[in-house]
Design a protein around this ligand. Sequence first.
Ligand code: ATP
Length: 363
Amino acid sequence: MARIDLDNLAHSYFPDPKGDEDYALRRMEHVWEDGGAYALLGPSGCGKTTLLNIISGLLTPSHGKVLFDGKDVTNLAPEQRNIAQVFQFPVIYDTMTVYENLAFPLRNRGVDEKRVHARVHEIAEMLDLSGKLKQKARGLGADEKQTISLGRGLVRDDVSAILFDEPLTVIDPHLKWVLRRKLKEIHNKLRPTMVYVTHDQIEALTFADKVVVMYGGKVVQLGTPQELFENPAHTFVGYFIGSPGMNIMPCNIDDGAAWIDGQRIALSDQQLTALGKASGKTELGIRPEFVRLHTEGQAPEGSIEVNIVKVEDLGQFKIATTRFGTTELKVKVGEDQQIVGQSGFLQFPQEWTKIYADSQLVA
Ligand code: ATP
């Protein structure tokens, strides 16, 4: 398996691009480690497929290079890149048995039959296909066919990388859950370099060691699921990761604090120092999980008074919508509907209160 370097990569579908907005991918500079499980996550149109196609060789970038283990593959065709790919829809041979389908990528490379046998059985075991190896693919359901496609993608152990393009989209929700977990297990066991495109945050967070969050043709953060949750590097990451996402509110910085709708939220010395070097519109971000709502007793020091306008029961937890001035802020709570209409106090733990300038994390 290979390390993937994206060296100053950019792509425009226009023959004569004028500005940034004409680029589907804007200058990218990244190293994806050998044996890593990377998820490319972002909304529709952010450039995920464009990037995947550049890595696979289906598309030549307008600028920059792709390197596999230091070797420049930018101008190599997909078949010369030694990669495996799994697409949204099954790519299998209906007239072949499940065994023959799984064996195909190996036999195609002249792998000896003993090794083919061992590898097919290993992958079939991991994907719960062992009992179906002798069946023709034709008679199987869509979910099973896509599971075979996953198996075909995983069966070779000599590829530089395995690329997955939303492979679970057409899978039944329960099986999706199972396959996601299996892919993770397979990755832990075999350690191939995997790149997995999805717009589903749960899929990305459960599958990947590192999530590459894309927005507007750029990578806005590359980090572990925990890093994305605890320390979003861009307001988009805060908003996109989490359910509901981070509360992000415009603020003014003055007198050692952030001011929102006339309310003062104290900042740390580190934040104030970092803000000295930043420019652009400032925003304060805090996740519903980290802001604290007090509904009883005295106002804690530094807290702000709010009205509780709504409590939504989302099954596993409840989310209260609180309001001060014209600002609304969501808080994860234990209490029920009875707090609606009451006032309360919000506390902003400094560790979890993030300041952004021009959408970028300052501190
Ligand atoms: P989705 O999740 O909807 O597939 P994506 O994140 O994969 O979206 P891309 O398909 O890479 O995004 O598209 C990135 C941008 O490039 C979009 O603005 C899209 O309209 C544009 N684009 C994609 N393919 C082409 C093409 N063949 N010709 C022109 N523009 C394209």
